[in-house]
Design a protein around this ligand. Sequence first.
Ligand code: XMP
Length: 319
Amino acid sequence: NWTMAAYRDQAIAAIREQVGDKKVICGLSGGVDSSVTAILIHEAIGDQLTCIFVDHGLMRRNEADEVVSMFRNQYNIPLVHVDAADTFIGELEGVVDPEAKRKIIGRLFIETFEKEAAKIGGVEFLAQGTLYPDVIESVSFTGGPSVTIKSHHNVGGLPERMNMKLVEPLRELFKDEVRALGRELGLPEHFVGRHPFPGPGLAIRLPGGVTREKLDILRQADAIYLDEIRKAGLYDTIWQAFAVLLPVQTVGVMGDGRTYEAVCALRAVTSVDGMTADFYPFDMSFLGRAATRIINEVKGINRVVYDVTSKPPGTIEWE
Ligand code: XMP
């Protein structure tokens, strides 16, 4: 793609011009936007860039390891991997309210990030994967003009706190262009085409509260569901798909015995921008297959339901 090749060169020149010989830090989330931002900046200024990955322990299965090994081994980008799972999960214990969860995660994220940035020292620039829609849409992207439906946590709030200059090389791009740029920079297709994943991670897919045990059950169910979606060739058609582990136990029967375990809800939607969404009309045979595998393979789940709510009136995430 010649356009993206040209954009890449132009962006690299602009980053060099802006940053000079100063140090830059970039928060990695594991998603496409922050990854493309980091790789582009590293091409421009090399090891003047340090990435900080605050691992909150709320990622999907293998996700944290994949990001860390990709940055360290494939791209050789200096990366600080902060394992903060104990802190995050500890502070989330007993917290049920969705907004309270988001606030805790947002605060801990900023505190952890600041601490690591201070250790690096002498940093003048903070890199962010801000996209064009974020620039033009400064109101909450789920809420109307005056209602906040969900206080979205990304790295929002960091720039003001940290007193650093911003480097935002994706400010002119839309999501599909960021993906194209990612390909141009050598990111593997399966990474570039990943579904969006919310900043607060699996915490907002555990209504009723977060525990290590529930996280573990949810991760297993989620991995099986996504595996079945990939096998069915549906991954790229769907905007976002995930499992939610409900705080509801139901009675079941397995072999000769009675079970009393949790319900898992499956969600899949199509969307253009996440603002509105339609539930995905799976074949019943697909749903049956996914449900059977989850119930057979995941200890702790004995019932699976499918969410047929579109947005509006539902939101994509359950919390
Ligand atoms: P909702 O649930 O509001 O989600 O319909 C719309 C899109 O936003 C994602 N989402 C979040 N992303 N921080 C994020 O970075 C958040 O707190 C958050 N909440 C929802 C959601 O996954 C979907 O893609």
